[in-house]
Write a new protein. Sequence first.
Length: 153
Amino acid sequence: MEKQFDLSSPEATQRFAETLAPLLAAGDVLLLEGPIGAGKTHFARSLIQALLTEPEDIPSPTFTIVQVYDGPNCEIWHSDLYRLSHPDEAIELGLEDAFETAICLIEWPDRLGEAAPDQALRIAFEVGNDLSSRRVTVALTSPTWRAKLEGLS
């Protein structure tokens, strides 16, 4: 099952992330798909800020590959796997353990190959016609996600 959202601006993307953030818990994995510039990092930064108790600088993990934050109830892992060339490199980062114990936001999840968790929430970003809007497609991959996101609009 999929849900689609039309987000008219970067602020709308931020509000979408802020709405989703309190529904997440340790072990939740979000696979953020879409081309460069589609809004994946902006969404991830907004979601992380919404989860933190104190505002913090949220750099893009493009070069560090993984940024880890101390959330109120668990760690928050933000990963950008764009520069990886093989799924084994993702495993070496410790992502498999993080999938169990942290909230994980994964940009370029195709780099995980078969290591991508089956129960992950897939969120695909597309650039809209006016370049500031986005169409977001959320794939509800399990009954757990359907229940969590039932009222999300």
